[in-house]
Structure formats: C-alpha cells, structure tokens
Ligand binder design. Structure first.
Ligand code: SF4
Length: 490
C-alpha cells in the first residue's frame, strides 16, 4: 500500500513504484465502464470548446494568463511578502510551511489551540497532497469533506480520480449504494435528485455542528491580501462562514499580483473546467468574519524546486481546471486512479515525477504526445513538451526498464547508420508482406489486441522520393537503397 492508497487510513510511510499500465488494468478490463468514462469526459471537453469559442478574446485571455503567471513566478518572493503584509493588515494570520508535514502540524496546532473536534472541509487538492484528512483523523478530529463528489469518495474510502470531478469514475448506481450504506437512503435508489437531497440534509447537519472550516484557495491576491475560492455548491462559503475558525490552505503558486488580474483567471477557469461561463460561487475572503479567525497557510512542498527548473517551471502556472484530463485519450480510457497520484492526467504526469522521479517514472510514458492537453490548457503550459522532457530525464537517470531501454538503444543504433536503416526498412516491408497474421496477432501479443499492422508500401519513401520530379537544385539522395538489391522482388 503506498501513500496515495493509504489516504484514508493514516498510514503514510511505504512507497511503491507506480506502473501505469498495470494500475490501469482493472479499469480497462471493464470495457463498458471505460467507454462510459471516456464519453462522460469528452462531453465536458465539448462543453469547454463551446464556451471557449463563444468569446472572441479567448486566445488573448490565455496569453494574458500565461504571462501574468510567468511574471508572478519570476517575482514570487516579492509578491508573497506583499500578500503576507496585506493579509495581515486585513486581520488574517499567515503561516509558512516548507512541506506537507509542516502544513499538517500547523493546521493541527490551530485546531487543538481552539479545542476543535469537528471540521468541515471544502475541496482542496493541496490538503489531499498533504494527506491532511488521515493525519487529523489519527489525532481524533472528525473531518467531513463537503464537496458532494469528495464526500461520496470519502464515504467509500477512496481517493479522488479527477481534480475537478473527484467521483467521475462512479455511476449513479454506485452512489446510490454508497448512500444506502452510509446515509440510510432507500436500497436501489439512483435518482440524482433524491440522492443529492439526502446529501444536502446530511451535510447541512455537519455544517451546523462544525467548529472549524478548512478551505483550499483558487487565487490569492498580493495587492489586497484576499483569497478567492471557487465552488459550484457554495460549500466553501458555508464552511468558512458558519464556524468561527477558517483555515485556508494554499500552494505558493496560487498567487496573482492584482485584483484586476482575477477576472482573467475566473473567466478561464470555469470555462476550461466544466464548460460553464463562471463557477456558481466565487467567494472572496479578505480578513476574518466578525468575531472569527482567518488563518492562511502558504505551502511550498516541492514547488520551489520545480520553479528552479527551466523546463518544468511553467507547470506551476496550473490553475487546476482539469481540462487536460478531460481531453487526454489516455486519462479518459485508463481512469484517474491508474496514476496513483493526487493530481492525475497530463499535469499530474509532469508534477508527480518532480516529487519522486523513481516512484512515478512510468507516468510521462502514459501519453501519446498528441498535444491536445497543451491546446486546451488555459494558461498555455506546454504539457506534452514537458512530458517529453521527463522521458529524456528518466532515460538519462537510468530509470527506464530494460524492456524500454534495449529497444531504444537498438533504435538509436539503427537511426545513426543510414545503410543499416535502409536494410531494416526493406526487411520490415518484406516481413509485413509475408509473415502469417497469427504470428503477430495471438494471445501472447497484447499490443495487437486492438491494433492492425499497416499494409506494406511497395517501396521506401527514399525510393519514392527519388522517382519524383524535383527542382534541379534539390538535395540528391546519397545513401544506397537496398530496393535495388537482387532480393527486391522476392
Ligand atoms: S495543466 Fe492546464 S489544463 Fe491541466 S489542469 Fe492545469 S491549468 Fe488546467
């Protein structure tokens, strides 16, 4: 059991290497569910496309967001200090955490100091990353996730499978069973309205009895010291407003310079995430509510080391919209749990190896390099280039398995020798023509389960090119071609 799987158990010591293809097997084995999952996420992707195309300045907004984030990263220390000054002036208390352990200790300290036993929490990927729930539960503090999707998976003792749609791997029948078991709803009930109403009643009671509310932060504004939290259910508002203690936990990359910049990101976020023009609630907190306390915990937890690396720095621009997951052909067909990481999909495959390269070395290869993630990213993170950069780094560090290392060595040797390459090309075309189909398509070759080999071309590209009418000054072909070898017509 690794840290990720043990999220609800409070056991956070063992680590195991994630092999994405192996982890995806159970999900892929259920073809019907896999197709449904693929379709559900593609539906969200299409909604996003309609919203993006509905505003002419979409690309301008993306560029503006990308440049704003790059500017903020370049001046992060100044902006963080400005944020602390302004937030403090507004009455909040700012805490700094170098890593997850420190973050958890700060939160626990605040709760204990205020004699808190019951906490409501709105969705926060940072607290997932820090494994805050099991940590607090191990100290006897009840933590109730109040985002509906998060609450469903909390009741099921599962990790989220998506950063915006944490229970997207579940169907309404699964939710009905879970609610019947934990909330006492009717057996077999799967009507979403009925189930949502049951969840509402259940959560309302938790809100009213909570002694503290923990929220994530979508954006923190250096100019004002305020934080903004976006939800569709209003749960962050209730969690931050009903109990007297509000703790907002954020990664240091959530900062933006000015209040005026917020509009750019709010317009991009909801459109990219769920295809809505705006999230139903964009809640702005500036200082504590009357008679209450607001604590803001700023967390590094590896972000500074990503910021130090030119090839991966832009990954910190991520606003956690999930659009790259919704469009990724691998994520849609392998499910979020196959990444065994709090943030799955393309951005997770960039961030996770930065946290532990050995453990997550298979993730950058869970990608077809189609570039669709880069195309939809609202802050223009060059995701597929970063995934390629990780593959190179993993190769350089000698972390590739033999099954990848040896073919790559062979391919490198082949590509470095034009004559050998030409002979191999001839042999490949010959083999494609004469090999019996059963030799390649049998139970032993899983690659061929859903794939066919191409029809062998009659001649190589080189030979085809030589036969074309070309301008007199075009480059001649200098390497010999075995097409002219005596075996050509066999
Ligand atoms: S990488 Fe881009 S598309 Fe993916 S979650 Fe982050 S902001 Fe959204």
């Amino acid at each position: 059991m690794d840290r990720y799987q043990s999220r609800r158990k409070g056991t956070t010591t063992m680590k195991s290497t994630v092999d994405h293809p192996t982890a995806a097997k159970p999900f892929v084995a259920n073809q019907e569910r896999m197709k449904w999952h693929d379709g559900a996420l593609w539906f969200v992707r299409e909604k996003r496309d309609r919203q993006a195309h509905s505003i002419p300045e979409w690309e301008y907004l993306r560029e503006l967001a990308s440049q704003t984030k790059a500017h903020t990263q370049a001046n992060l220390a100044e902006y963080l200090e400005a944020f602390e000054r302004q937030a403090t002036a507004a009455g909040a208390v700012v805490h700094w955490a170098a890593d997850a352990e420190e973050h958890n200790a700060i939160v626990l300290g605040l709760l204990q100091k205020n004699n808190v036993q019951r906490v409501v929490k709105s969705k926060s990927m940072l607290t997932e990353e820090c494994h805050l729930n099991p940590y607090l539960e191990a100290q006897g503090i009840e933590v109730v996730d109040t985002d509906l999707g998060e609450r469903i998976i909390q009741l099921r003792d599962e990790p989220p499978s998506h950063i915006v749609l944490p229970a997207i791997h579940l169907k309404k029948g699964d939710v009905g069973e879970t609610f019947h078991e934990h909330l006492g709803t009717e057996k077999g009930a799967s009507d979403p309205k009925y189930l949502t109403e049951a969840a509402r009643q259940h959560l309302r009671d938790r809100f009213l009895n909570a002694q503290a509310g923990i929220t994530g932060v979508n954006f923190a504004i250096a100019e004002t010291g305020g934080v903004t939290v976006c939800t569709n259910e209003g749960n962050a508002d209730l969690g931050a407003s009903l109990p007297p203690l509000h703790i907002a936990c954020m990664g240091i990359e959530k900062l933006i310079p000015r209040q005026a910049d917020l509009g750019i990101f709010l317009r991009l976020l909801a459109r990219s995430a769920t295809g809505q023009p705006i999230t139903t609630y964009s809640s702005h907190f500036l200082g504590p509510r009357e008679g209450g306390q607001l604590h803001i915990v700023l967390v590094d937890n590896g972000r500074s080391s990503i910021r130090d690396r030119d090839e991966f720095r832009e990954a910190l621009n991520c606003i956690r919209c999930g659009a790259c997951m919704n469009t990724c052909p691998v994520y849609r067909r392998s499910g979020g749990h196959s990444y065994a990481s709090v943030v799955p999909g393309p951005i997770g495959s960039v961030l996770s190896p930065a946290a532990d390269t050995e453990q997550h070395k298979s993730l950058p290869f869970a990608c077809s390099l189609c570039g669709s993630c880069t195309d939809v990213c609202p802050v223009k993170i060059p995701l597929h280039h970063q995934l390629l950069a990780w593959r190179q780094e993993i190769g350089r560090e000698g972390l590739l398995p033999v099954s990848k290392r040896m073919p790559m060595k062979a391919a490198a040797a082949l590509f470095a020798r034009p004559r050998l390459f030409a002979v191999a090309g001839w042999f490949g075309r010959f083999a494609l023509r004469v090999l019996p189909h059963a030799l390649t398509h049998n139970r032993l070759n899983t690659w061929a389960v859903a794939r066919e080999l191409p029809i062998a071309p009659k001649k190589s590209f080189r030979s085809w090119y030589r036969d074309q009418d070309r301008p007199a000054n075009s480059l001649p072909i200098v390497t010999p071609d075995p097409e002219s070898s005596p075996t050509k017509n066999r």
